[in-house]
Write a protein that binds this ligand. Structure first.
Ligand code: SAH
Ligand code: F3S
Length: 458
């Protein structure tokens, strides 16, 4: 092809795993339209930003990127995708006149039509409708990771947490049928994947449209697919987290013994103002039944500090809950007011320095807890899916344990993609270092089982 006619694209993705996976699907869709992926904005004819609106800082990032592009490469075609696209709609064209295309997170299935409109020279092409009750699925998904793959099981959210913009940007809940999900898993096994992560804003409210499987049953069915070694899932809203999920983890070794259970606050009064549907005590009861599992399930969480009106005492309840649970990992944020949400109108008088002090205090405490928890791993042998060379030291290999620790060790360059056992010698807060005990072949994948043959039995 004449290089002048070559159609190229680059996508920069902000935000959560759902966005990362959407970008993989958008990339697949663009390839079906004759576009080739390139490694940088500079090389690309069409640049896409897949945006995140969860906090103000994240949302503003896209505008600084667009400003730079406008100065350095005004001739490039520019598309804005994701939650900020959904939220800002046509306002994008005013604030960033170099934008050609705005596609909200519920409208990607229209992408081929919309991209063709841009190619035909139409200006300010936009689709931010939310009237489709389907999930976004494509024939080709251009997956970024060679060994672990994302699968969407549910999109959108029907809850009304007072701080959260997601129900406005992602629309109402839509679940995919468990049959479709299992077909995806089978295709991934055929392509050589052994680890899958089931994705949704709130995976626990999964409802199989065909009524065949509950979420816990779907977890079990995915874990039983021959060739699948690891199944992860996120995010679990505590309100829908039921004992059956823990029972599924107990019964299926391929289900990773790790649960992400965002608490947001340790104070029942703050949780009520946040419109979360559980109290501190109910949350701790769920933690207690997770802890009763014989498999030692790692729990991670998200916390928002300085939600409007949070008193010192309410903040201390969050600190005491974090100490009581002993999270393996915590993602914590200062509350950020978001458009359309209920909390946007709440009175917020706490000085910025006090918000930062609370966040730093909580993060320091959590760091100590993580260091202590990770020390308990010393002397144990863990199974690791090897990802590749360590970012910090190219003589070291690096991978993930089932509970999501980064594990570093020395070993042959042939190991990435394989499962090995590593005996832990040293620990940090998020990472472990150890000795390779025994490489294990990749011999339990069944590439020749056809998708049809297996799906008959599902
Ligand atoms: N569905 C998940 C949350 C998804 S949003 C749940 O039920 O918990 C990811 C995380 O971003 C949230 O857990 C929360 O901690 C954080 N977050 C969401 N809105 C926020 C806001 N307005 N300010 C600060 N952090 C926020
Ligand atoms: Fe947001 Fe609450 Fe849904 S945090 S994604 S509205 S469960």
């Amino acid at each position: 092809m004449n290089p002048k006619n070559r159609k190229t694209f680059y996508i920069e993705t902000f935000g959560c795993a759902m966005n990362v996976h959407d970008s993989e699907k958008v990339a697949g869709t663009l390839r079906t339209l004759g576009y080739e992926p390139v490694e940088s904005v500079e090389e690309a004819g069409f640049v896409f930003f897949n945006t995140c609106s969860i906090r103000e800082k994240a949302a503003e990032k896209v505008f600084s990127r667009l400003g730079v592009l406008r100065k350095t490469a005004p001739q490039k075609k520019v598309g804005v995708l994701g939650c900020v696209a959904q939220q800002e709609g046509t306002r994008f064209f005013k604030r960033a006149p170099n934008v050609n295309l705005v596609v909200g997170s519920a409208s990607y299935h229209n992408l081929p039509h919309l991209v063709r409109q841009v190619e035909a020279g139409l200006d300010q092409v936009i689709d931010t409708s939310q009237d489709d009750d389907h999930c976004f699925e494509t024939e080709i998904t251009q997956r970024l990771h060679p060994y672990r793959a994302y699968i969407t099981i549910i999109e959108g959210c029907n809850n009304v947490c007072a701080f959260c913009v997601v129900p406005f940007t992602r629309g109402p809940e839509r679940s995919r049928s468990s049959q479709q999900v299992l077909e995806d898993v089978l295709k991934l096994v055929d392509a050589g994947y052994t680890e899958v992560q089931l994705l949704g804003q709130n995976v626990n409210s999964y409802r199989d449209p065909l009524g065949r499987r509950t979420f816990a049953q779907l977890l079990g069915a995915v874990a039983e697919v021959p060739g699948i070694r690891r199944v992860r899932f996120a995010t679990s809203n505590p309100q829908n987290f039921v004992p059956e999920i823990v029972e599924a983890i107990d019964a299926h070794p391929a289900l990773c013994n790790a649960v992400h259970l965002p608490v947001q606050s340790g104070s029942s009064t703050v949780l009520s103002r946040m419109r979360r549907e559980y109290t501190r005590e109910e949350y701790l009861r769920k933690v207690a039944f997770i802890r009763r599992s014989p498999r030692e399930i790692a729990i991670s969480t998200d916390v928002i500090v300085a939600f409007p009106g949070e008193t010192e005492k309410e903040f201390e309840e969050t600190v005491s809950l974090v100490e009581a649970v002993g999270y393996q990992q915590m993602y914590s944020f200062i509350y950020s007011p978001r458009p359309n949400t209920a909390a946007q109108g709440f009175t917020d008088t706490l000085p910025a320095e006090e918000k930062s002090r609370r966040l730093a205090f909580l993060q320091n405490r959590q760091h100590e807890i993580q260091v202590t928890l990770a020390q308990r791993m010393i002397g144990r042998t863990v199974e690791v899916l090897v990802d590749g060379r360590s970012v910090k030291d190219e003589n070291t290999l690096s991978g993930r344990s089932a509970t999501n620790y980064v594990v570093n060790f020395n070993g042959p360059a042939s190991l990435p993609g394989q499962y090995v056992h590593v005996q832990i010698l040293r620990s940090g807060a998020n990472s472990l270092w150890g000795l390779l005990v025994e490489p294990e072949g990749r011999d339990n994948i069944l590439p020749d089982r056809t998708i049809e043959a297996i799906s008959m039995g599902t």
